[in-house]
Design a protein around this ligand. Structure first.
Ligand code: ADP
Length: 387
């Protein structure tokens, strides 16, 4: 473990986190307040979380020795991404380390096919789907005969920000799709008539106590989440249904920490589950300023089996805009003073290297109305990432 040893009282707890990206960075912010020492495992020291003061454990998240080195001396090990093979997580737990969430819950967040199968078997609403071996165009044709084109093709693992998702309008397109050629298994599902996309975040302790955050509405473009509203503008009954669905899933898979459940509101007003993330989630960044306890703090409290904090909203309307790297580069420092002209805006920059479409930060605005929050957040985002 690198980092400077400090004089003074020992930490209140030591948490190991696999991964050192922006989610670990914002978890570090929450760890500071509670006197927790956060250790992060990543190949590079040069990372958003280490930059924010988390202790660096150098190593590969897919290497058992590195995972054991991270876990040594930690009260609990948790994750900021889904890249660790569940078999390794199981071995870490078998070696006597506390690992939360469990390998089984991780697998569902890692493998979309696995999640679809388990959720549908347990009676949760998911889009009609099949999972077939690469190249089985006949199976896809017969699925299309029952459900109609277009269909959605997904790589069961490894996708994010829409990279593993493609709308397929014909068998010919499937045959020539680079995504189809790249995935050894094809998850094929009905193209849902999406009216709205929602996310419900649940913080859950090992014995099952949980708290839900207000339902978030996400606005996606090209599979990437651009903007989020909390609470989502949906009927109260639908919000209750969304939370109870997410909480049943959290109970069903015995999630610990934050579980994010992404939902589609379908054309007829019903809900279907899209995907799960068993960690702090992009849809919950507004909780840093907009709820009594942030998702990052509640993730730490939950995995440490400490009492959870209040998830109530502090403003009637909250909007977050993700700062996506524009094509051709960006100078965030140049736009920052202009963004800060609004004295109420909250800016978070992750100090990641620029890449077009990459999430480089986010801004959050709290206001009396959705329109006002939207205008404030969009204005600040435009100052920062205007090409
Ligand atoms: P990722 O893991 O890359 O975020 P998702 O499975 O969440 O991938 O899909 C990304 C986006 O693609 C969703 O937010 C949604 O807009 C769209 N999408 C995914 N599945 C479907 C589907 N079955 N029908 C219609 N649109 C879908």
């Amino acid at each position: 473990v690198n980092g400077t040893q400090q004089d003074g009282s020992p930490p209140t707890a030591v948490v190991g986190m696999v991964g050192a990206g922006q989610l670990a960075r914002m978890t570090q912010q929450a760890a500071i307040a509670l006197g927790i020492e956060l250790r992060v495992l990543s190949k590079d020291r040069d990372s958003p979380a280490v930059d924010a003061g988390a202790r660096h454990v150098a190593g590969d998240p897919c290497d058992m020795k590195s995972l054991l080195r991270l876990a040594e001396g930690c009260d609990v090990v948790t994750f900021d991404h889904e890249g660790v093979p569940p078999a390794l997580i199981s071995r870490l737990a078998a070696a006597g380390h506390q690992v939360r969430p469990s390998p089984a819950a991780q697998l569902l967040a890692q493998d979309k096919g696995e999640a679809r199968r388990l959720l549908s078997r347990s009676g949760f609403p998911v889009p009609p789907f099949i999972e077939v071996a690469q190249g089985d165009v006949e199976a896809v044709r017969s699925f299309a005969a029952a459900h109609g084109w277009p269909l959605v093709l997904k790589a069961p693992t490894g996708g994010y920000d829409g990279r593993g998702v493609e709308v397929i309008t014909s068998a010919e397109q499937l045959a020539s799709s680079p995504l189809a050629a790249a995935s050894t298994r094809w998850l094929i599902e009905e193209k849902v008539d999406i009216r709205q996309e929602l996310a419900v975040l649940i913080a859950r302790r090992p014995a099952g106590w949980w708290q839900a955050y207000p339902v978030v509405e996400t606005v996606q473009r090209d599979g990437i989440c651009h903007e989020l509203q909390m609470p989502g503008v949906i009927p109260a009954a639908l919000a209750v249904e969304a939370v109870s669905l997410a909480a049943s899933i959290a109970d069903g898979i015995d999630a610990t920490g934050i579980l994010a459940v992404e939902l589609f509101v379908t054309g007829d007003g019903g809900l279907v589950v899209n995907e799960l993330a068993a960690r702090p989630h992009n849809s919950g960044h507004a909780t840093i300023e907009a709820t009594v306890t942030s998702q990052f703090e509640n993730h730490l409290r939950a995995v440490l089996d400490w009492p959870l904090g209040d998830t109530s909203l502090l403003a009637p309307a909250v909007v977050t805009v993700n700062l996506l790297g524009p094509v051709g580069g960006v100078d965030l420092a140049r736009g920052l003073p202009a963004a800060l002209e609004d004295p109420s805006i909250h800016v978070h920059l992750y100090r990641k290297a620029h890449r077009a479409g990459r999430k480089l930060g986010h801004v959050t605005a709290l206001a009396e109305t959705v329109g006002e929050a939207q205008a404030k957040a969009r204005r600040a985002a435009a100052c920062l990432v205007a090409p």
